[in-house]
Design a protein around this ligand. Structure first.
Ligand SMILES: [Zn+2]
Length: 78
């Protein structure tokens, strides 16, 4: 659920798969943490700064594109 919702064309050096990458859905939990942090920051304002930094970080960090066949984490983009 991170910033990159599109899937790259990749070539896997591990199993020779060629085609669309699979996006590793590891960002969802972090967005949940962010939402909780954001809610609490209404009660304790300095948390707004932390929530703001975390929001930017979540938005800018690239999503992990992995091989759908063997789950190899570093496939070569085409
Ligand atoms: Zn593979």
């Amino acid at each position: 659920m991170a910033f990159a919702l599109w899937r790259k064309q990749i070539k896997c050096p591990n199993c020779q798969y060629e085609g669309k990458a699979q996006i590793k859905g590891s960002g969802c939990g972090l967005w949940l943490v962010f939402l909780v942090l954001f809610s609490i920051s209404f009660l304790f304002w300095p948390l707004f700064i932390v929530a703001g930094i975390m929001f930017l970080w979540l938005l800018l960090k690239p999503a992990d594109q992995i091989c759908p066949k063997c789950k190899y984490v570093n496939p070569i983009p085409k």
